[in-house]
Design a binder for this molecule. Sequence first.
Ligand SMILES: [Zn+2]
Length: 223
Amino acid sequence: MSQSAAQPPFQIQIVPVTPFQQNCSIIRAASGAAAIVDPGGEPDKLMAAAEEMDAKIEKIWLTHGHLDHAGAAKEIKRRTGAIIEGPQEEEVFWLDQIEESWKKYGWEGGEDVRPDRWLDDTSEVELDGIKFGVAWCPGHTPGHVVFHSTEYKIAFVGDVIFQGSIGRTDFPRGNHQQLLDSIVDKLWPLGDEMRFVPGHGGISTFGAERKNNPFVADHVLRK
Ligand SMILES: [Zn+2]
């Protein structure tokens, strides 16, 4: 971790949800105002975690429309009155089939959802005065976005990149080359010191992935 990163004025709790163990993040500002990133399921568990942190959820930020990332967004909105921001508008066909997708996995409790606000590369989202940038990173899904703070060196990347791996691209409208381009053109410029919370698995940094990731390390892409 960088010595130069400013101490963030927020705390982050990661709560894995759904049978896919998706990393839902609760970001709580000092005032108690909170944003929840990718509430994919298990709203009771998420609300209990928020209560434990004394966090008041005001924003719901969605990286993409897959069932395990967006399945509980509508229910969290219902319970908190929070507004839903993201993903980018191309994602609508995934957001419209959450319920149907969950049925295929035999798991109840996901709902289709539409955000209050679509996002793109020019967008910013804000929690209690703390601004996060938005990067549109298609490839895993066409409307996937990433939320990032270069000031506090933290990003929430959904299923774009993982520690040691990258997102699947074998879904409808997935595109492997587009995903690689998103990572190299949109994420790497944010800096090697950026820590990131992926949709699944452990936290890493962009710098570590540029060294070691078998799909997108600099020495792999140069070949
Ligand atoms: Zn996904």
